[in-house]
Design a binder for this molecule. Structure first.
Ligand code: DAK
Length: 255
């Protein structure tokens, strides 16, 4: 891998997008490397939580690589949008383990779309977030028109996208775009701490939660029915037995 670094410790996988010379902009190769990294981690039973961040302390991801997409045709644009959803953005959203985006600076265009496809976002206090596509004659092409309104509401999403303006980390927090804002020096530790808390809970229950909540945002299924079905399945897991037995024996569960 050239543009993606991977480190695994204590059930937590840290993925770093590493193209510092282009503020970690997403080119085709980076999208492909991220896609195969996710495939690898999906089946790795030792990994329970993922953290995705950008290299350096200036940018998470400053968008899709403008130099690369500047020459695309209409057909190429549509094809690549569909492919990008399938290869990366939908894969992140439907990933069976929680993914925390550690937003350590600029998260623009495809970079903010990447963060929004993750399950949780924690930003450093220097982060700037925005969807500047309309300033380039484009619209967000990796799910931004759908995921931003889900997080901040329709009016604020329309404002952010049509003005192409960046907002700072504090406003992103107030608007519900990020879960938490911390000083940049504390970002990595904060994400690790949250990931570690998640990793200590039942992996099968955590995964079921992701499916049930995702069900509520999928027009083709009924989220309540998914919850009912996932809830029922929990009673057949060893982790349920361990969790309840540990409580009754007044000890911590060992998942
Ligand atoms: N792509 C390529 N290179 C980038 C880049 C980007 N998005 N962002 C920054 N860089 C490069 C700069 O060109 C510069 O490289 P050199 O000139 O040194 O070779 C280097 O990173 C450092 O950037 P700056 O010198 O500009 O740094 P500053 O601190 O002055 O400014 C900035 C930081 C983040 C404000 C600025 O770099 C900036 O405005 N960057 C562009 C932000 C942006 O507009 N991002 C793209 C949004 S549109 C698609 C689906 C989706 C999309 C596209 C296609 N398909 C399905 C086909 C999504 C589109 C977008 O993301």
């Amino acid at each position: 891998m050239e543009n993606v670094l991977l480190e695994i410790n204590d059930h937590i996988a840290q993925i770093t997008i590493h193209r510092p010379q282009a503020l970690n902009a997403l080119n085709k190769q980076t999208i492909s490397e991220l896609s195969s990294t996710l495939d690898e981690l999906s089946g790795n039973e030792d990994v329970r939580v993922l953290i995705i961040t950008g290299s350096g302390n200036k940018a998470f991801v400053a968008g899709a690589d403008i130099k690369e997409f500047a020459e695309f045709s209409v057909t190429e644009g549509a094809q690549l949008a569909a492919l990008g959803h399938e290869m990366l953005f939908d894969k992140l959203e439907n990933f069976p383990k929680p993914i925390i985006a550690a937003v350590n600076g600029f998260a623009l265009g495809g970079g903010l779309e990447l963060a929004m496809a993750c399950h949780i976002r924690i930003a450093s206090d220097n982060a700037k977030l925005g969807l500047p596509e309309t300033s380039l004659g484009l619209i967000p092409g990796y799910g931004g028109t759908q995921r931003l309104p889900q997080l901040v509401g329709k009016g604020k999403a329309i404002e952010m996208i049509t003005t192409a303006s960046m907002i700072n980390a504090q406003d992103a927090h107030t608007w519900g775009l990020v879960n938490q804002v911390v000083p940049q020096a504390e970002l990595a530790a904060t994400c690790q701490k949250m990931a570690s808390k998640i990793a200590h809970n039942s992996p099968s229950a955590v995964s079921a939660v992701l499916r049930a909540i995702a069900g509520g945002f999928n027009d083709k299924v009924n989220g309540y029915n998914i919850e009912i079905s996932e809830f029922g399945k929990c009673f057949g897991t060893d982790e349920f037995k361990e969790g309840t037995t540990a409580f009754l024996e007044k000890r911590k569960p060992n998942f």
